[in-house]
Design a protein around this ligand. Sequence first.
Ligand code: BTN
Length: 247
Amino acid sequence: MKQLNKNIILANLPKNRVNLVIFDEIASTNEVSKDTLINNEFNLVLAEKQTAGKGRHGKNWHSPKSGNIYMSLSTKKELNYAPLSLLVGIICANVLSEYTDKGAVGLKWPNDIVVNNKKIGGILIEKEISNNEITTIAGIGINFLIDSKEKWWGDLSDFNVSNKRDQIISMITSNIINLFENKNEDWINEWLRYCIHIDKKVKIIKTNNTYEDAIFKSIDQDGCALLETETGIKIFNSGEISIKGVY
Ligand code: BTN
């Protein structure tokens, strides 16, 4: 396994604006990223392995040392025009599409990265407030290689990308930084093009564990899901429900 390489990652990034820290092993890159001592316009924290990787909905993110990406980019800048989590999903899909077969990478609402109908990556956006300042942390995990016993999960091992990790991290970072400077006007259409379950039957799982069948129709400006149910169109945000039955 090729170790993360600081020089390659920073080669095309604005070095005076990005503070890069690489750990061999850390609890969670999102947690380190919140540390106000590491303070630049953007903090990029990477690790070869996480011992307490965090997923959405309080789940663990299995983070072995097998050449996967565990990255967190934090900033005090704010993005007001669209939900960062969906925009970061589009960026990851765009970058990974350059290294995989055409049409191989898709997105499942709100921001799971999917290849061949299996989840290969996820995004955890967190906000930290201290001294009246908000820090936004975009945490991204992408599986390059997982244990074959983990049948539910997918990885990128079908593609020749194991030596492209630094370039992929660098491009994702540079595109996220760009989001804060150049508005992506077309983000809904871009997201819909990657979505693997438009007009498909899904199960809405609510936080109280009840479920309802629906057809996933679209998303709105806030990134909420528009779902057609027996009682009409319903709108949910990603904190209220998760969707199952896609794969
Ligand atoms: C999900 O549940 O789909 C989101 C997973 C996010 C995992 C990444 S790995 C890097 C960063 N650090 C963490 O502890 N979590 C995120």
